[in-house]
Design a protein around this ligand. Structure first.
Ligand code: PHE
Length: 463
């Protein structure tokens, strides 16, 4: 059954459903897989502080802007701009978002595939009795193959397609709202185990003791990219979801709640992982394999670890699914609304295209490892381009649109639900949107591209 939604469109039916769907999009591999490995490569504590600052000053304003654009525009990421700025090229932000969506889905499904493999490894008790060296070997033996990682990637994409085809409300909402609280609980238990391991203190000080001497432009860009990736902002995911939000819901509260939940889970993942990284002697800057090399060791040190491992990887896969559907939905909403395609056809076609690119991402850890472009593997190149360049660029355009193109009164009208709600700190928000956010994002982008300040190569070279 479809809820009334807005303008007769399919939409989220309850406040709880929206929170779960938006949080389901934000919370995913970005928090548990990507955050620890990027933090590890970027030196830990200082990265964390900068990341938190970016969430607060840039992330929340961009997220709110996306909700406003989507709910006011009542269309997909591209169509909303066309409607709010007819005849103007702003819709190009939506085009960029769709490109970013393809790129992200391609490499996201590689990692999601790995988590599926780890469910099977957990069930078959493959971690039992292994030293951390053997656990690393096991991961290497798996992820450098061609066949198995691709098989899992295909299975993951198949699940994503299946959920998207069943429609917005029944699909996204139903799957998003059930299991995430369990994931949080499990992470808390794992964090407790991790910080009580011998040698854990070093990991905690790595994560929480900032050392600003190691901060350079690549760390700033990595923190910016991670903030945007983790919050699902900068490419129109939340414009699309915003268009499904009912007129009576409060966008401001939603943006704050989702950002806070997302950030807490990333920190929790960091607390679960870094103490163990140091206790087991794993390299914190070891790249995308970090959690796969560390988590099995934590489970081994836990009573009931066999079951915890299975449940954890199942929940992580579900978290990945509620994010991947939100990425695919950007493309599908565009194709159905703007190109008038059936939902079924749009879903299958876009998923096939993303999967095709995704195969190269998966193979770039094995058979195609030697293939690099500007020193980056295909996987790193897509991740770097999408997360560190396209998302911040999209975010920049989004705050410029809301801050300078849209009338302040219209923005306020949408935020306040036509004047029904009191909008607090509107002045501060406008100041962030008009000045702080655009200037900060532009400076970081220009700086890391070498237009101002020293050039350096980014942080994501390892795998
Ligand atoms: N935020 C998601 C995660 O943390 C990934 C994502 C990025 C989803 C961009 C949508 C858009 O896993």
């Amino acid at each position: 059954m479809t809820s009334l939604g807005n303008e007769g469109r399919d939409g989220f039916s309850s406040r709880f459903g929206i929170i779960c769907a938006a949080a389901g999009s934000a919370i995913g591999l970005g928090n548990i897989w990507r955050f620890p490995y990027i933090a590890g490569e970027s030196g830990g504590g200082a990265f964390l502080l900068i990341y938190l600052g970016f969430i607060l000053m840039l992330g929340i304003p961009v997220m709110l802007s996306e909700f406003v654009i989507g709910r006011r525009g009542q269309r997909n990421a591209l169509g909303s701009f066309k409607r709010l700025a007819p005849g103007k090229p702003w819709y190009f932000v939506g085009v960029m978002g769709i490109i970013a969506a393809f790129m992200i889905l391609a490499f996201y499904s590689t990692i999601a595939g790995w988590t599926l493999e780890y469910i099977v490894k957990a069930i078959s008790n493959s971690f039992a009795g292994k030293s951390s060296g053997e656990i690393e070997q096991m991961f290497n033996a798996f992820h450098t193959q061609a066949f198995r990682p691709i098989l899992w990637q295909l299975i993951f994409m198949f699940m994503t397609v299946w959920i998207i085809m069943s429609g917005v409300r029944q699909g996204i909402e139903r799957y998003a709202k059930i299991l995430m609280p369990f994931l949080v609980l499990l992470l808390i238990i794992m964090a407790i185990r991790s910080i009580t391991l011998p040698g854990a203190v070093e990991g905690l000080s790595f994560l929480f003791k900032p050392d600003f001497s190691a901060v350079d432009s690549s760390v700033l860009l990595a923190a910016l990219g991670q903030a945007f990736f983790s919050l699902s902002i900068g490419m129109g995911t939340l414009i699309t979801y915003g268009s499904y939000i009912q007129k009576k819901n409060k966008l401001g509260n939603l943006a704050i709640e989702v950002s806070m939940a997302d950030t807490l889970i990333a920190i929790l993942a960091g607390v679960a992982i870094f103490p163990a990284v140091f206790a087991f002697g794993v390299d914190p800057a070891g790249g995308p394999g970090l959690i796969f090399n560390v988590l099995p060791g934590i489970f081994q040190q836990m009573p009931g670890g066999y079951f915890f491992a299975i449940i954890f990887f199942v929940l992580l896969s579900i978290a990945a699914l509620t994010s991947s559907i939100s990425i695919l939905e950007v493309v599908v909403a565009y194709m159905t609304e703007e190109l008038k395609m059936s939902r079924r056809k749009a879903t299958i076609m876009s998923a096939l295209a993303a999967t095709f690119v995704g195969l190269f991402c998966t193979l770039s850890f094995g058979p195609l490892k030697g293939l690099t472009i500007t020193g980056l593997s295909i996987f790193d190149l897509l991740d770097y381009t999408a997360s560190n360049l396209l998302l911040p660029l999209g975010g920049l355009m989004i705050v410029l649109f809301v801050g300078w193109y849209m009338k302040d009164a219209d923005f306020k009208d949408e935020l306040s639900n036509k004047g029904l709600l009191k909008v607090r700190i509107f002045g501060v928000l406008m100041f962030l949107l008009k000045f702080i956010a655009p200037v900060a994002i532009a400076l970081i982008l220009l700086n890391s591209l070498g237009f101002i300040g020293p050039v350096d190569g980014g942080t994501e070279h390892s795998n």
